[in-house]
Design a binder for this molecule. Structure first.
Ligand code: DAV
Length: 373
């Protein structure tokens, strides 16, 4: 059922059932966007990216694309159907009636934009202005899935206005310091305000009839409330991870591997008062292995914890970045077959193996993994 000339079927309920069809991003035309409120809050204070913006070099684009193409071929060899987005010219100014910015971002991390829940693919609101139009890169695919699969639901969350009222001005300061950032994030004082619903798809993890959503820089409480109203047959759980000074996207922090097992970033542990759901239902939360690297690659937004940004192919098989020896060893010890994937050269374009993909179809149905509420 994986031939590309056969009609696509959209359905995926969790992060681990056997993967059958996936989108893998592209690095083409990737840009470092100019300063804007929410993005600046995420760029670490000591990062080589501060003050730089513009198109990334062709050499880094080509190398990232080589890695992404090889990843796509590896998945295809394993019987997974792979689609790719259609890049637009990201290096051009964009505007709405409320704001203007000089460039866009790219289409390497489809996971940030697209949330597949059952038969639905939902375009997230996003929270950076430079990513406002990113959904356009996926529209050719979503239109095709819609034509192929009469039961597929293509949805888009309300486009946010993203005026200055969406962002806390105290995050605009150049030098906040990690200590103050940790205090703020522990108090859930994030860069985004509650002006309007905001979420990135990569803040959401799917566990059958439960969705676990990170409240942080890229997703606010109104965004989580919107998801709760939008998915009335799901239970939506808000979580937050106080040890993270730059909390965006849950997928380098909390990584389900198979029913009953989650890796948690040991620097960003789930607070005790949020563990009940998992503990009551026999789920084990284990500390993820330390990353193999002390620093991210050049011009990269993400932290070294992309080590745990893995792609599960089925409950016994997991793709891990090939240099992440400690993470590979830990998953091997936990009984998984580990497939190494060379992707570090693509990290700067928006993340690791989980970020670089978005589910179209996994086998399996919607299950209740948390029967004890
Ligand atoms: O640890 O920098 C990266 C998540 C990318 N989707 C981090 C989070």
């Amino acid at each position: 059922m994986n031939r590309t000339d056969e009609p696509a079927v959209v359905e995926s309920w969790n992060e681990w059932d056997p993967l059958r069809h996936v989108i893998v991003g592209r690095a083409d035309g990737g840009c470092i966007p100019p300063p804007e409120p929410a993005l600046d809050a995420k760029v670490p204070e000591d990062s080589d990216m501060r003050g730089q913006w513009g198109p990334r070099s062709q050499e880094t684009v080509d190398r990232a694309n080589e890695r992404l193409d090889a990843f796509a071929r590896l998945l295809e060899k394993r019987g997974v159907r792979v689609d790719r987005p259609t890049p637009i010219d990201f290096n051009q100014p964009i505007a709405t009636p409320d704001w203007r910015t000089e460039s866009m971002f790219g289409c390497m991390p489809p996971r940030d934009v697209l949330l597949t829940v059952g038969k639905e693919m939902l375009e997230a609101t996003m929270s950076y202005r430079c990513r406002w139009f990113e959904y356009l890169c996926y529209r050719p695919l979503l239109q095709r899935y819609c034509e192929d699969d009469p039961a597929m639901r293509h949805e888009a969350a309300p486009k946010p206005r993203l005026t200055d009222a969406d962002y806390r001005s105290d995050y605009l300061s150049e030098r906040i310091g990690v200590e103050k950032r940790l205090k703020w994030t522990a108090e859930k004082h994030f860069v985004t305000t509650e002006e309007e619903p905001l979420f990135d798809a990569a803040d959401v993890l799917r566990f059958g009839r439960d969705l676990v959503v990170q409240h942080g820089f890229t997703t606010n409480l109104k965004g989580i409330d919107w998801l709760r109203r939008h998915f009335p047959d799901h239970r939506v759980h808000a979580v937050n991870f106080p040890g993270d000074p730059y909390p965006i996207h849950i997928d380098a922090t909390f990584t389900p591997i198979r029913p009953g097992l989650i890796l948690n970033n040991p620097d960003r542990r789930l607070p005790d008062d949020q563990r009940g759901l998992f503990e009551r239902n026999g789920w084990e939360i284990v500390d993820a292995a330390r990353p193999a690297h002390n620093s991210p690659p050049p011009l990269c937004y993400s932290s070294v914890w992309l080590s745990m940004n893995v792609l599960v192919l089925d409950p016994k098989t997991v793709c891990v970045e090939a240099t992440e020896v400690h993470q590979m060893e830990q998953l091997d010890r936990l009984g998984m077959e580990v497939v190494p994937v060379d992707l570090r050269d693509a990290y700067a374009f928006g993340g690791g193996l989980h970020c670089a993909t978005a589910d179209v179809r996994r086998e399996g149905a919607r299950e209740d993994y948390f029967p004890k509420g």
